[in-house]
Design a protein around this ligand. Structure first.
Ligand code: S3P
Length: 175
């Protein structure tokens, strides 16, 4: 697909929704660069996300994430995958809303849990009951994702390349 005149999509959604994997695929198909806000924060700080949470706490991570979002939105021809909590700050929601296309990769909490139950890299899930925590985060955030998204797609049903086709078709047709 030609990227002529296309805006690169921003991917939002819960951890485990597949934003990074799909984002890389979309970038390849569009001939765009790819960047992930978590990877950018890790590259800038030289520290892994879970260590940032442990050492500095979530609020400081959110401030770093906000700064990274501002910087990354300035990159042209770059597909951006964001961390699942990007929608928590109202200023981030305003930024996202102002930069369509914003694609919400939706998945039910049960499906997210199937993908994440062995995960040790997500600090917010290192709790006594990570499955309940995931359901709680989903309930809190789903309305925020929906409020800023220009497009919503279900993940985990069709194979990834078919999902990429659907996203690209929607972006191309402007629907
Ligand atoms: C978080 C999601 C993670 C990462 C951090 C916090 C969240 O990103 O930013 O662990 O609050 O949901 P992914 O969505 O890429 O896993």
């Amino acid at each position: 697909m030609s990227n002529q005149g296309k805006s690169a999509p921003i991917l939002i959604g819960m951890m485990g929704a597949g934003k990074t994997t799909l984002g890389k695929l979309l970038a390849r198909r569009l001939g765009f660069a790819f960047v992930d806000s978590d990877h950018e924060i890790e590259a800038q700080t030289g520290v892994r996300i879970r260590d940032i949470f442990e050492i500095e706490g979530e609020a400081t991570f959110r401030a770093r994430e906000h700064k990274a979002l501002e910087q990354l939105l300035g990159r042209r021809n770059t597909v951006l995958a964001t961390g699942g909590g990007i929608v928590l700050l109202p200023e981030n929601r305003a930024l996202l809303k102002a930069h369509p296309p914003v694609v919400y990769l939706h998945a039910q909490p049960q499906r997210l849990w199937e993908r994440l139950h062995h995960d040790r890299s997500r600090p917010l899930l290192q709790t006594a009951d990570p499955q309940a925590k995931l359901a709680q985060l989903y309930a809190e955030r789903d309305p925020f994702y929906r409020a800023v998204a220009s497009h919503i797609f279900e993940t985990g049903e069709a194979p990834l390349d078919q999902l990429a086709d659907k996203v690209l078709n929607a972006l191309q047709s402007g629907s």
